[in-house]
Design a protein around this ligand. Sequence first.
Ligand code: PHE
Length: 447
Amino acid sequence: MSENSERSSWSSSFGFILACVGSAVGLGNIWKFPYITYENGGGAFVIIYLLAIALVGYPIMIAEIAIGKKAKANAYLAMGKLSKDNIFWKLVGGVTIITSFLILTYYSVVAGWTVEYCFQSLLGNLSMLNNETVAPRFTEFLGNGLKQVGYHTLFMFITTLIVIKEIKGIEKVLKVIMPLFVGLVILIAGYSLYEFGGGKTFDFLFSFDMEKITPHSVLEAVGHAFFTLSVSAGIMVIYGSHLTKATDIFKTGLWITLLDTMIAIIACFMMYPIIFGTDIKIGESVSILFTTLIPQFNSVPGGTVILSLFYLLVALAALSSTISILEVTVSFVSEKFNIARKKATLLSSGVIWGIGVLCALGLGANETLTKVDLFTKFDYLVSNWTMPVAGFLTSIFVGWYAADKYLKEDFEGSHHKMLYPIWKFSLRFIAPILVGGVIIYRLKIFS
Ligand code: PHE
């Protein structure tokens, strides 16, 4: 295992914040948040969501960063270090690493779609698609094994090239990607409001219709708070493990949370004007980004250019997430088995790529693999099970045990010292109760 003294660190807190925001911002912000807010009636749901972020997402994120910062290791070894090598807690850390591993196998496939659609849009090949032809074109693309595997390979390749350069290399790339991404989101949201009009969007987001809020909305908000902040996937632990002592975790965590939330809200201003301009319904599947939106963009001046920029934006959001997801497996493999970083990177991405190929061919290209549908199975498993369960256990572990024993000192010198008991209280009670609620709900115990 690499010695702490040799462990590289972020060049600044800003670099760390960028990397975490890069991980947090992704399809969850661009498609999923606008979708669940739409389904749950708008403004009132946004308030519930903000509460879920503040009461569950933020405290657990701080807990993960603090674990990494203290133990200076991947989630599996870090949980071991802070629990006197207790096998149960090590396994909890291990589950977060498996979560990342599984997410990358299919996330890279979806990320690949954005590259195809960006290219095709630039070539002008999407401009003739209409409401009738857009969905069959997408289905045909999903069934094209060569393209599915090709784009997945390309995306894994780019991710590997960045991750192999270690934390410093990751930071350098994200310093370019993230400002570009934020610029594009603001640009396209502005364009969307200008072309399609924002009246209905504002009405919808600022209507506080409490009647639309059900227990289901609350649980949905809590579940999404996890996914969107990339907690319970070993990421915050490993990124936190490269922090220097001086970093103020409460403050950096707050920045990550605020930026992720702001981007999710701006994404609503990007998507809603387009959707409210038609009778189309925002779909439950991520495929809406590759179907319904296209004819809408085609109907406005400069639509082809904007559509290409839109796919570039989604590709950048996905890349900044895939980098963080691969980093989790790579550092585990290199630290646990004492393998050189380069070798660990090639080995990890090779295996993930291989399983990803099975996901990619299971979308229509290969009959047997399509029946097995690893893509949907992995997604279901991580979003509904491994993430909430590991998040629940992490908050118990930190709130009831590790915080006072190991992590308190980190907050001692900080002028946010008075936040410590509040943070501990939410980890002890609020987060476990709410996340426990999500798990019980998923078990359908009450239905
Ligand atoms: N947070 C990412 C999003 O919002 C998804 C993600 C989850 C990335 C877990 C990494 C780990 O899309």
